[in-house]
Design a protein around this ligand. Structure first.
Ligand SMILES: Cc1cc2nc3c(=O)[nH]c(=O)nc-3n(C[C@H](O)[C@H](O)[C@H](O)COP(=O)(O)O)c2cc1C
Length: 202
């Protein structure tokens, strides 16, 4: 099996937001899709270790901000490389507003947002797929949505070329380097939670 075959599937990139009584939070996902058109339903797939996972599980609602090509690596670092369990990801960030469900969505770096109300969830082991009715949604700009391929070719590389060369295994998703000779098959990236198959030897 050539794992690179999986990279030929096209995805978009999104900030998935949710909240509890104390905190608003969001994380980067590439797994938002429309699953049915009548009724209009979308699905997002979220790692059970993510803070956003529990926020959605407990509240039953979320927003998906559709990132456009103006989103820079710093935005991915803010929302994708640390957890709301320990960080306040919206601290010092002003480019967001609130939609009719009371949840934040990005007003910059996003060309649209979609609000979801969970109607079903599928336990996928490491992840939960939340299936949701679409309750709201707006176009925010006419900029091109960002694809996962664009993130790999133009966003992530700018940042990784800044850092000094290291030896070990490099995560192809976020650029984290595991500085060891061997990597266990069940290794999970501590930054973006992708598995060993998404690492390349340096
Ligand atoms: C490009 C990229 C794509 C990602 N896609 C997903 C995804 O589809 N599902 C997911 O659960 N996490 C995904 N992640 C990882 C989360 O964004 C990351 O674990 C985040 O720190 C979780 O934050 P939280 O604990 O505040 O929810 C992705 C990260 C990156 C950088």
């Amino acid at each position: 099996m050539n794992n690179n075959a999986l990279y030929k599937i096209s995805y978009g990139l999104f900030i998935l937001t949710a909240k509890n009584q104390e905190k608003i939070n969001g994380c980067v996902i590439n797994t938002a899709i429309q699953v049915t058109s009548s009724p209009v339903r979308i699905a997002v797939t979220v790692n059970k270790d993510n803070f956003t996972h529990d926020l959605i599980k407990n509240s039953g609602i979320f927003n998906v901000s559709v990132l456009d090509v103006s989103a820079a690596f710093d935005l991915f670092k803010r929302f994708g490389f640390r957890s709301g369990k320990t960080a306040d990801k919206f601290s010092g960030f002003e480019d967001f507003g609130y939609s009719s469900n009371g949840l934040p969505y990005l007003t910059k770096y996003a060309c649209a947002f979609i609000s979801g109300r969970v109607v079903d969830s599928v336990d996928l082991g490491t992840h939960t797929m939340f299936v949701a009715d679409v309750s709201d949604g707006e176009i925010l700009s006419d900029k091109e949505p960002m694809t996962y391929a664009y993130y790999h070719s133009s966003v992530k590389t700018q940042a990784s070329s800044d850092s000094a060369p290291k030896k070990g295994w490099k995560c192809k998703i976020c650029g984290y380097v595991y500085e060891h000779e061997e990597m266990a098959d069940d290794f999970v990236c501590p930054i973006c939670k992708h598995g060993a198959s998404d690492f390349e030897k340096l």
